[in-house]
Design a protein around this ligand. Structure first.
Ligand code: GLU
Length: 364
């Protein structure tokens, strides 16, 4: 089998028990399966939850804390315990893990985003296993990745993974809750995550984790949009992750032939950048950028809102809706001057490209 880049996501309930302790046996099982992937020369990135769930007991809480400061403090205790266990267990296979804690603002700032990208690639080049988690201790609610399912999807797009494997304690997606309905049937393969499928999935997570099947499907949908196939299911046993790659995993596969990988710069524009302004355009410009593969020129711009500088990202609105986002080559003041020039001189005014095609992302 060809060497692949795999992102494996493991949730809190797969790594810890209800009492707020790491389940060393389960963790060993996953490490063994990842070691088998590494032995087969695949590149592996682990997105691991469990910091809060592994830390609350030692922090003195009887169950997962409900306050933000309680969760953040529990994560500070638990994250180090978690990494300690991973270092010990991976060490048995002569594998070295590295801890990466990310917040959304690390992704929204282009420089930090690029740094994270280079660091992860350096680690992978050196055969290290990056273990990524959200930096819960400093993340604030409004600025999180949502949950680690979504984080794993974003990471898999970011590093252009071949496969995202979201592990959970149920072996895939069912037509109904299999615990309650014995006639519920498993989906072995899905080409897309429709609104119907999303609506039928439960958003309930476990006592120790967040998420639930719904967040896994939302993550799979995001991964698909970034050109990455996803598997949601169980992996028990040494060869279980290799079996997932071979197509015989115990779960649901989500992939689609028309998936297109998106380059990292465009992912940043679409998913992470913060817009500093809005540009409204007419129907001619809308057609040009959506269907003709053109850049955005001042001629089609009908209104500019907000103050932006060269290199900022703005939202572009058509007649009825938000069309997409793009990185501007000119400031809002310069764009206004250009629009005025066009109004005064008509077609004689030399045109500029306000947003170059390569820095434009259409929203579907
Ligand atoms: N980052 C959280 C933790 O490690 C978990 C978030 C999630 O499960 O989605 O405890």
């Amino acid at each position: 089998m060809e060497k692949q880049t795999i992102v494996v996501k493991i949730g809190s309930s797969s790594l810890t028990n209800d009492q707020g302790e790491i389940d060393e046996q389960k963790l060993s099982g996953y490490v063994e399966a990842i070691a088998a992937l590494k032995k087969a020369k695949h590149t592996v990135i682990l997105v691991s939850s469990g910091a809060v769930a592994a830390g609350f007991k030692q922090l003195g809480y009887p169950s997962r804390p409900v306050t933000i400061k309680g969760r953040q403090a529990a994560a500070a205790v638990g994250q180090s315990l978690l990494i300690q266990s991973y270092i010990k267990k991976f060490g048995q296979y002569q594998l070295v893990p590295a801890q990466i804690l990310l917040t959304r603002s690390d992704f929204s700032q282009r420089e930090r985003y690029q740094n994270a990208f280079s660091t992860i690639n350096e680690l992978l080049d050196r055969n290290i296993i990056p273990i990524i988690n959200e930096n819960d201790t400093v993340s604030i609610k409004e600025l999180t990745f949502g949950d680690n399912d979504m984080l794993s999807a974003l990471v898999s797009g970011f590093i252009h993974a071949d496969q995202l494997i979201i592990l959970t304690d149920i072996n895939g997606l069912y037509t109904d809750n299999p615990m309650k309905n014995p006639h519920a049937e498993k989906y072995s393969f899905l080409e897309e995550i429709t609104d119907e499928v999303l609506a039928s999935a439960s958003s309930e997570g476990s006592k120790v984790g967040t998420g639930g099947m719904k967040s896994k499907l939302e993550a799979a949908k995001r991964a698909l949009s970034l050109g990455v196939s996803t598997f949601i299911g169980k992996a028990e046993g040494k060869y279980s992750l290799l079996q997932v790659l071979q197509g015989t995993g115990d779960g649901t596969y989500i992939s689609n032939k028309s998936m297109q990988p998106i380059n990292t710069k465009k992912q940043w524009i679409a998913l992470h950048s913060e817009s500093t302004g809005k540009i409204h355009i007419d129907s001619g410009a809308e057609k040009a950028i959506l269907y003709d593969g053109r850049s955005l020129l001042p001629a089609g711009i009908t209104d500019v809102q907000g103050t932006f500088v060269k290199g900022d990202v703005v939202e572009v609105y058509g007649q009825n809706k938000l069309l997409g986002k793009g990185k501007v080559n000119y400031s809002s003041t310069e764009v206004m001057i250009e629009i005025k020039k066009r109004q005064e001189q008509g077609k004689l005014a030399p045109s500029i490209e306000v947003i170059h095609r390569n820095n434009w992302v259409t929203f579907k």
